[in-house]
Design a protein around this ligand. Structure first.
Ligand SMILES: [Zn+2]
Length: 368
């Protein structure tokens, strides 16, 4: 222990409301000694002291006690003085001062993220939004973690509205009913209310927008060999939505400005104009695809839908002999590694499956 002094302000009975300049130090016996000009120093035992972070941005320290004449407080107001106080504090008080520092660093982190977001928001028009955000994974993580399912659903609505401008979307009918019937088995326990749509497009494609909007292209519906194959694709798409890959991808692709506009309720701007295009072209990372395969498979098994359907559809996609790869392959890169992995996983399953009561052939004949 040393008696290295640290400056602060003393508040208490008989002192001015604004307190008065004082000097503190720790005595050999571990007590706080507070000296004010022209008065006898007062001493307070360490065990009687309350210690908390205080001051602007919690940079200081508030040391308070109950004295014989009433409550007193010694405010250490600057970071320099706080360090001096901490450095010479008796060992028993170190942990309490460290705990007050912990409070502070949490607050600092909040401040830092807050300022960073504000600075980013203000500078977005000036810089390449996408290029910047691609490097700012941590900001995207933060944004994804803080957006609520309600806002996510709203983003899904906007994507759907934009998709309608670009392609014919079928809202009802046998195919939509079938998607909804299979989908409801795959989405139990989800925070989202899923909505299912068919897009009148020949591509082998499907995508899940944030918040539970799933769009399956008619080309994919026509190429499915069984309801279980279709369920495999739906399970994979649902997994992307549940794991918030689509949300993350959109935030990265559209920029944080879109998110801020969404949260403050100004969705009228042109930011969302190409959201739908971007979503159908969004390429997920290999890791995200692996996660979606695993989660999709888990959901199929939980719903007792035969996952050999998923495997068959993947094999079919991998064997496609077209000049250009099917859209779903370019947006969900299906490497041989993914297929091998899925084959191994499915081979290890011993459950019995319940056939899906869907008349796929009738449905395919009735796709507009
Ligand atoms: Zn995928």
């Amino acid at each position: 222990m040393t008696d290295r002094p640290f400056a602060g302000r003393l508040f208490g009975p008989g002192l001015p409301g604004a307190g008065m300049n004082a000097t503190g130090c720790w005595t050999e016996s571990g007590a706080l000694r507070v000296s004010t000009p022209g008065a006898q120093p007062a001493e307070f035992q360490a065990e009687a002291l309350e210690i908390a972070a205080a001051g602007f941005n919690d940079a200081g320290l508030r040391i308070s006690w109950e004295g014989p004449d009433g409550a007193g407080t010694f405010m250490v107001e600057s970071e320099v003085e706080r360090s001096a106080c901490a450095a010479s504090a008796p060992s028993g008080l170190n942990t309490r001062i460290a705990a007050a520092s912990g409070q502070r660093s949490r607050l600092e982190r909040h401040f830092r993220v807050g300022w960073l977001l504000l600075a980013l928001f203000l500078s977005l028009p000036l810089i390449g939004i996408g290029a910047f955000l691609l490097q700012a994974d941590r900001i995207t993580d933060w944004a994804v973690a803080h957006i609520s399912p309600r806002h996510e659903a709203r983003l899904g609505d906007l994507v759907l509205a934009q998709t309608r401008l670009q392609m014919k979307i079928i809202d009802r009918g046998q195919a939509v009913d079938a998607l909804s019937s299979i989908g409801s088995k795959l989405t139990s326990g989800s925070p989202h209310s899923y909505r299912w749509f068919v897009a009148d497009r020949p591509d082998l494609n499907a995508f899940a927008a944030p918040g539970g909007v799933v769009v399956v292209f008619s080309g994919l519906l026509r190429s499915a060999g069984s309801a279980e194959e279709l369920a495999g694709v739906l399970a994979h798409e649902v997994a992307h939505a549940e794991l918030r890959h689509s949300l993350r991808g959109l935030i990265k692709s559209l920029g944080l400005r879109a998110l801020v506009m969404l949260v403050i309720g100004d969705a009228s701007g042109g930011v969302f104009a190409d959201a739908a295009t971007r979503l159908t072209e969004l390429r997920f990372s290999r890791e995200a695809e692996r996660e979606a395969d695993d989660e999709g498979l888990r959901r199929l098994v939980a719903a007792r839908i035969d996952p050999h359907g998923m495997l068959r559809f993947y094999e079919k996609l991998a064997g496609e002999k077209r000049l250009a790869p099917p859209a779903i392959l370019s947006t969900h890169p299906a490497s041989g590694e993914r297929l091998t992995r899925l084959r191994r996983e499915v081979a290890g399953l011993t459950q019995t499956w319940i056939a899906l009561p869907i008349d796929l052939e009738a449905l395919q004949k009735n796709i507009p």
